[in-house]
Design a protein around this ligand. Structure first.
Ligand code: XIL
Length: 334
């Protein structure tokens, strides 16, 4: 019989999965317990869900996820403390609806990071502190988010400093997608280099890993791992999934009915691509300290609604019935 993911990778790195409250009971929980050594809340610790109003936190879902991990001796990766998406409007505005000052926003960011990290201190081994701060195209290093516009570029350094104060034992990550794109990789590198030069407490960089059966190439991925490692940073793949659709197709097809079938050709490409990725991850085990899948099985993936609403995707290692796909075999046998 094949080994489980957690056993196959015991001497390499934890294998994680993004979870929601529904993942903590029934067959989904059984599969998580059997296969994975780490979990990440898919949404429960983001600013909006966990901190809906200035003086009110919603801890229920996040607590349940952390409790499940503690009970089952599974690690937790926290996600995420500072992001332009899923952040409530109140964060950036005062009681009159006016935009707050730099000082007020920094104070709010500090309070938020301190409260959320403090609550789970010692139970979350790594945190995505800042998420997606770099734009996809252009020459600008910084996405024009509210954090950037109100605070300035040092909001990133500040977030890491607050995070280190809140839980000095946690590993702190910068997390982003499209990290294999040469221009974006370069701009992320420049920001990380500035942080390192200024002795900002950052331990690693998360490659989200929202990839497809066509990309990235091993060369592109290896270049990213080596580039970030050259700064003395650890690398984790934090949101791995593998769409069966090429990007080009996403631009053309906007109808959910266009395609949905998992064809033998797609399957064959997916098996090969997953094998390539994990071969490379194992080769880089000194630098690469974690791999987390973004969702558990093809029964539900966020890609079923992104970027084309209602278009079914087939991006994970387990099928709609929670059974291991062929790609699973190519990952656990080596
Ligand atoms: C996604 C979740 O999977 C969805 O449920 C939610 O509606 C939107 O966010 N990059 C990230 C993740 O860092 O937080 C996102 O998760 C996927 C892209």
């Amino acid at each position: 019989p094949e080994p489980t993911l957690r056993d196959a990778y015991k001497n390499y790195f934890p294998i994680g999965v993004a979870v929601a409250p529904r993942t903590l009971t029934g067959p989904e929980a059984d599969l998580v317990r059997q296969q994975f050594s780490s979990i990440t809340p898919e949404n429960a610790m983001k600013m909006g869900p966990i901190h809906p109003e200035e003086n009110r936190y919603f801890w229920k879902d996040a607590d349940a996820i952390v409790d499940f991990a503690v009970q089952n001796k599974i690690k937790v990766r926290g996600h995420t403390l500072c992001w332009h998406n899923q952040t409530p409007r109140w964060f950036f505005t005062d009681a009159d609806g006016k935009q707050v000052s730099r000082e007020v926003l920094l104070a709010r960011l500090k309070q938020h990071i301190n409260d959320v990290m403090g609550r789970y201190k010692g139970k979350i081994y790594a945190w995505d502190v800042v998420n997606e701060a770099v734009p996809d195209t252009g020459t600008s290093l910084y996405r024009k988010s509210k954090f950037y516009e109100i605070i300035g570029e040092d909001y990133i350094a500040k977030a890491f400093e607050y995070a280190h104060e809140a839980d000095p034992g946690a590993q702190l990550f910068y997390n982003d997608y499209n990290t294999e794109n040469a221009s974006k990789r370069d701009r992320i590198y420049q920001i990380l280099k500035k942080l390192k030069d200024k002795k900002v407490p950052i331990d690693g960089v998360g490659l989200q890993g929202h990839w497809s059966i066509y990309e990235p190439t091993p060369q592109e991925l290896e270049e990213s791992i080596n580039r970030f490692a050259s700064l003395g940073l650890k690398v984790q793949v934090t949101e791995l999934d593998m769409s069966v659709y090429p990007k080009e197709h996403e631009r053309r097809a906007r109808k959910p009915t266009d395609v949905s079938e998992f064809t033998p050709e797609m399957e064959q490409k997916q098996v090969a691509q997953y094998k390539m990725l994990f071969d490379l991850f194992r080769k880089h085990k000194k630098t690469l300290t974690g791999v987390t899948f973004w969702n558990l099985s093809d029964k539900y993936s966020w890609l079923d609604n992104f970027p084309v609403p209602g278009r079914k995707d087939h991006p994970l290692l387990f099928d709609e019935n929670y059974q291991p796909k062929k790609a699973y075999q190519s990952v656990v046998t080596f």
